[in-house]
Design a protein around this ligand. Sequence first.
Ligand code: GNR
Ligand code: NI
Length: 180
Amino acid sequence: MTRLTILEYPDPRLRARAVPVDAVDTPLRELIDDMLETMYAANGIGLAATQVDVHRRLLVADVSEGRNDPRVFINPEILRLDGTTRSQEGCLSVPGFFDEVERAESVRVRALGRNGKPFEVELDGLLAICLQHEIDHLDGKLFVDYLSEMKRQRVRKKLEKDRRLSAEGRSPAPARAPAI
Ligand code: GNR
Ligand code: NI
């Protein structure tokens, strides 16, 4: 298995729109395993193929406490959205930033599983939020797009500065000032 590189905002490749997966074959299953390894290594609860620069409609997630319940959604389609909820979101492609986003509370989804078979499932709680966040990635959308232009600019400047500092071999300042 291989740990993949996660693209970071404002990388323009995060804006690509993913195309449907045409075959659930061995190379695709290898990609799924690499995405799961990458997600677990980064302590994320989800990862969309877009984030590892593969522009196909595929995402993985695991919201379980034990980190032992990997879910795979290939060519996911949202069939129904119900209710609304606001919660704090973060993103592996926007490291160190968290903010409130409004999402549907529950979603009914159709997708193909790792075995290539179609399934339908009703999701709620964190997995429903994660799934909406990941499908946004497949459409080139990031959670910071729901925030004000001012906040988005602040995030972009900070991440660009972090990248500049690490290119110079200096370590970036922490994302948040430590609490005293
Ligand atoms: O690890 C992640 N946590 C998270 C928390 C709240 C809402 C969405 C997420 S997804 C994120 C991993 C990620 O960036 N997936 O694209
Ligand atoms: Ni994300």
